[in-house]
Design a protein around this ligand. Structure first.
Ligand SMILES: Cc1ncc(COP(=O)(O)O)c(C=O)c1O
Length: 393
């Protein structure tokens, strides 16, 4: 955040127009929400973008836009933010959890094993800024005639084989909350190249109205909607941040690559798989230790935690969500997704740009870290890995 965001917010306050809709002929109305939508669609290389109040609101709008019906099953990763499950549950859909692989994103082989006659969609989540293996996921989707909703909430600025995330499946969602690559405190976006999906998502987010309404349009509303509208101030901050996104990602990539080369001086771990090393947005650096004991020892020495011990994103830590999975007859207790449990118990997230204890990323560097600070972090990590193992008595 800098002067750009402060100026943008001040301009909206001075304009006197805080609501996303206003008169086209009023020169004081700054239409920040509409501009954010236009620039984000263009940034992603897609046709439509809808700004919303949050990533969660975007998920509700996008799941509805896919035309899913009560009882339909959606395959979601066993490692993700709880909104991926709770939004399905709110819409009467059944979230079917599938294992992750060493990219910490959906394992395409396991998706195939979870398909039933009721499966209608797959929700790949580009966790921790790392794009999923979209070629294989899209191949599974095509083989089984499934819709694909990309959850890009943690991956604004990431791409997969040259395409921005969110443009590979049918629809994509983003979050602008404070832990994301760019943020406006809270906020969200939906993108799609389908006019029909865009119109439904728009209606869901604004009481059934058609896109970019002026006033109340009686007689043309076709879906039952709610209010997930973005505010002009939020949109102004999001827009100023969007204009910095490429610079932010380039800086993160440079800092992470420097840190990774220093960490490589230690042994006993590997870096997580990057499905497109050129496309990952480098907000975090995830390492997977060879053993649970070493993961616990090193993360503790650094004042951090292994991912399975972090508060969020781990299915077994979501008691209120898992109660619903139990009612739906879905596996929900710790141990139900053994590959995911194993990987998360050996994984540690190192912050690069996103510093979030809830992601198990309470230790690392940040976007402003100097070379000297990155080197100090590298030394600290190597020293933590070299600690003697406790003696068995
Ligand atoms: C993967 C994922 N999906 C959805 C969301 C929901 O976004 P929001 O917090 O903006 O509602 C988040 C936010 O943390 C997320 O990380």
């Amino acid at each position: 955040m800098g002067d750009e965001e402060i100026k943008a917010v001040t301009a909206v306050m001075r304009s006197g127009h805080l609501f996303r809709y206003g008169s086209e002929t009023d020169p004081r109305f700054l239409h920040q929400a509409a501009t954010l939508e236009k620039e984000f669609a263009s940034y992603c290389g897609t046709q439509f973008a809808l700004a919303t109040s949050s990533g969660t609101a975007s998920l509700i709008a996008a799941l509805s836009a896919l035309g899913l019906r009560r009882g339909d099953e959606v395959i979601v990763p066993a490692y993700t933010f709880l909104a991926c499950y709770s939004t399905c549950l709110f819409l009467g859909l059944v979230p079917v959890l599938a294992e992750i692989d060493e990219s910490l994103t959906l394992d395409p082989d396991d998706i195939e094993r979870r398909i039933t006659p009721r499966t209608r969609a797959i929700m790949p989540v580009h966790m921790l800024g790392n794009p999923c293996d979209m070629d294989r996921i899209m191949a599974v989707a095509r083989r089984h005639n499934l819709l694909v909703l990309e959850d890009c909430c943690q991956a604004a600025g990431a791409s997969y084989h040259g395409k921005k995330v969110g443009t590979i499946g049918d629809i994509g969602v983003f979050s602008l909350n404070v832990f994301k690559t760019i943020n406006s405190g809270d906020g969200g976006l939906v993108i799609t190249s389908s006019q029909a999906m865009y119109e439904t998502a728009f209606g869901i987010h604004d009481h059934g109205h058609k896109p970019l309404r002026f006033g109340v349009e009686v007689g043309v509303r076709s879906v039952l909607g709610l209010n997930f509208r973005i505010h002009e101030i939020t949109a102004a901050v999001g827009l100023a941040q969007l204009r910095k996104l490429d610079r932010i990602v380039a800086t993160l990539r440079e800092k992470r690559s420097r840190l990774k080369s220093l960490l490589s001086g230690a042994t006993g771990f590997k870096f997580r798989t990057l499905n497109d090393p050129e496309g990952d947005c480098a907000t975090l650096c995830t390492i997977i230790f060879d053993t649970v004991a070493q993961a616990a020892r090193v993360s503790k020495a650094l004042g951090s935690k292994t991912v399975d011990q972090s508060g969020w994103h781990v299915y077994a830590n979501m008691e209120h969500v898992m109660r619903h999975l139990k009612e739906l007859g879905q596996p929900y207790t710790r141990g139900s997704y053994p590959r995911t449990d194993d990987i998360l118990s050996r994984a540690m997230n190192i912050s690069i740009g996103v510093v979030d204890g809830g992601l198990g990323a309470g230790w690392g560097i940040n976007i402003n870290s100097t070379d000297a600070e990155i080197e100090a972090a590298g030394d600290q990590f190597i020293a933590a890995c070299a600690q003697p193992r406790p003696q068995l008595v």
